[in-house]
Design a protein around this ligand. Structure first.
Ligand code: F6P
Length: 324
């Protein structure tokens, strides 16, 4: 293999730049030409591709976002779109691909590999941590710490005013961010898509609030079955029906996607990026390079996107027990 391409796709995540850097520098170290495709699959279709050198990735390990930009491509969902992408890669003589992204990225990569056979390895770049085949995804640790910093600040004002705060964090289909910063932020309740949300229990607890505590923090994943934080707050407020209690909502939103990656994310990104290039050179394909129990492992795309990543039962228990 003499020429590979790297791209980022889907929602960006802090650490994607560190991963690009690892892919580019490992390739050059191994004597391979490396190309960067901008704007994910859209860039592959539109010919947005350029040769990268070692200095192309200087001074980016600490930066959030992605120097290769990102996009969610509708055209790549069509066979015609994928054929255009294939023609473009052929024109440049690309023999291998590193795809940095989440489940949408890997779904596209799997279909593309099955149709056109260009060896592809993924790196798990998403703040959601919802990818099977890696203990953590690149960007998750940073997103959790960003959310936690905000939750700590909200807790100060919640306590000062005896208020009940519903804080919405990202996670359309996944409660990992909510659970992690719920534990770290000492939340009374965490509402996530993976588990049933028992509003009756929340209402009961808030009705009795002043017996033990005066304020409360409830972390809601945006994809919870009962709705977003605003909707859930309204439902709960109506049922608590106590004009003395003040309810507030804060939606953290895209702040969770930006910022300098933490050390953990930089190291994870560097390991996955290097492993992706090494995997391609060893003949691996149609799989993702992740880290499980501290070791690099390659998991077929099929499993990464098809198998649910189980939440840790003891994490759920922690919230219940420690919030009494
Ligand atoms: O997949 C990462 C993620 O940040 C989700 O947590 C969130 O639901 C989604 O992306 C938001 O996407 P967009 O930036 O396109 O609104």
């Amino acid at each position: 293999m003499k020429k590979i391409a790297v791209f980022t796709s889907g929602g960006d995540s802090p650490g994607m730049n560190a991963c690009i850097r690892a892919v580019v520098r490992t390739s050059i170290f191994k004597g391979i030409e490396v190309y960067g495709i901008s704007y994910g699959y859209d860039g592959m279709i539109n010919g947005n591709i350029k040769r990268m050198q070692s200095h192309s990735v200087s001074n980016i390990i600490q930066r959030g976002g992605t120097i290769l930009k990102s996009a969610r491509s509708d055209e790549f969902r069509t066979f015609e779109g994928r054929k255009k992408a294939y023609d473009l890669l052929q024109k440049h003589g690309i023999e291998g691909i590193v795809a940095i992204g989440g489940d949408g990225t890997f779904t596209g990569a799997k279909v593309f590999f099955e149709e056109f056979g260009i060896p592809t390895i993924g790196c798990p770049g998403t703040i959601d941590n919802d990818i099977f085949g890696t203990d953590f995804t690149i960007g998750f640790d940073t997103a959790v710490n960003t959310a936690l910093e905000a939750i700590d600040k909200i807790r100060d004002t919640a306590a000062a005013h005896d208020r009940i705060f519903f804080i919405e964090v990202m996670g359309r289909d996944s409660g990992y961010i909510a659970l992690e910063c719920g534990i770290g932020g000492g939340a009374e309740f965490v509402m996530i898509p993976e588990t049933e949300t028992d509003l009756k229990r929340v209402v009961k607890s808030l009705k009795n609030l002043r017996k033990t505590k005066t304020s409360s923090i409830i972390v809601v994943a945006e994809g919870d079955e009962e709705g977003g934080a605003e909707e859930i707050m309204q439902k709960v407020k109506e049922k608590v029906n106590d004009p003395e209690k003040e309810f507030k909502v804060t939606t953290l939103g895209h702040i969770q996607r930006g910022g300098n990656p933490t050390a953990r994310d930089r190291v994870l990104a560097s390991r996955c990026g290097m492993a992706a290039v090494e995997g391609l050179l060893e003949g691996k394909s149609n799989c993702m390079a992740g880290v499980v129990n501290g070791e690099v492992v390659y998991t077929p795309f099929e499993d990464c996107i098809g198998k649910p990543k189980q939440l840790k039962e003891d994490h759920l228990k922690l919230i219940e027990i420690l919030s009494i």
